[in-house]
Design a binder for this molecule. Sequence first.
Ligand SMILES: [Zn+2]
Length: 214
Amino acid sequence: MGHLPEGTKAGVRAAEAFFPKRLVCNFPDPEALATARRQLYRRPAVRRRLLPVLANLPVGFFDRLVFDRELHILASASASGPWVGTPGEIDVGAHDSYASCGPYLQDADTFALNLPLGSWLIRLGRIAIELAPPQAFAGIVIHECCHVDRGHKIDAGTGAASTQRREDDVVGLACQLGFREETAAYLDFYRETFGDAGIMGRLPADCASAGPDS
Ligand SMILES: [Zn+2]
């Protein structure tokens, strides 16, 4: 995953140190989750999938997420926002992943987290946890990490044109960091699974490497 030289990546130990305080799973009540695939939200399962993704991030980028943004990651099967559907259904809006600074107003689960003031959150929803194949999963996590790095909040109330600019910017950043393949896998997976999945970023024709300190 990624194409960074050894020594410029965050590494497994730093990624493992992230999990105890920053990864929240099975919240608030696994029995209440609207999914039959609860085992996928258990901590060991989410950890196992996140570990290689976080370990392969550039070390400077990862450190900014951890220390400057105080990033937390929530794996949640609940719908964010009002959604009426049957338990087996997965909705592209309600079960998507997103990045937020502090709790997201529409997602009740995020308020109960009691996040430290000013800390950022990536919520991984059912689409990422239950449907995404490994490379697309990595692409989703990296995409949301890039939103956090850029300071893009989900509830910024942006219009279509600025949302497109933001998505293009984040897709370009992920490519620069060495994750073009993962990003392409994520975009293809959404297109193939949902057809019209809303405004998605566009891959740049070319990616210049941002260097080891990115
Ligand atoms: Zn995005």
